[in-house]
Design a protein around this ligand. Structure first.
Ligand SMILES: [Zn+2]
Length: 150
């Protein structure tokens, strides 16, 4: 059911003993507009299906986290790279595997319309309301930290 393939697609284990998707790590795009955050409702069949998280996925070999986050947001939801400005990032390093949250500011709170099968829905959610949603555990663990990156 994976709709796109890269050489980073695959499961691996980090130094903390977790199982993670992304042989070279993974990255996600935290797209913000004012107090709104763009969240992805993940397809039920996906890892932690049914939870809400960031558009993103596995990094490919030689690809920066920023490049991967932007590529995945485009592939999964049709988010155009020219519609936002990257302003910061945060690396959650588990040892042998890391997840980079790439923070970006969108010019407009537009809803992307190029959704693939990995996504049930995308929604702009007020930052204060995120805790009311069932969040992907990886995103939930870093949200309070990455929220402070403007
Ligand atoms: Zn881990």
């Amino acid at each position: 059911m994976v709709v796109h393939r890269g050489d980073g697609d695959g499961w691996t284990r980090c130094a903390l003993g977790h199982r993670h998707w992304g042989l070279f790590g993974a990255a996600g795009l935290l797209l913000r507009h004012g107090d709104l955050v763009l969240l992805q409702h993940r397809a039920v069949w996906s890892h932690y299906g049914g939870t809400w998280g960031l558009l993103g996925g596995a990094r490919n070999r030689g690809e920066t986290a920023e490049e991967a986050a932007q590529r995945e947001a485009g592939e999964e939801a049709g988010v155009a790279p020219g519609s936002y400005t990257v302003t910061g990032s945060y690396v959650d390093d588990h040892g042998g595997w890391s997840y980079t949250t790439v923070v970006a500011q969108a010019a407009k709170a537009e809803l992307p319309t190029g959704l693939t099968g990995e996504t049930l829905e995308v929604r702009w959610v007020p930052a204060d309301d995120l805790d009311n949603l069932p969040l992907h555990p990886g995103f939930a663990a870093t949200w309070s930290t990455v929220r402070a990156i403007a």
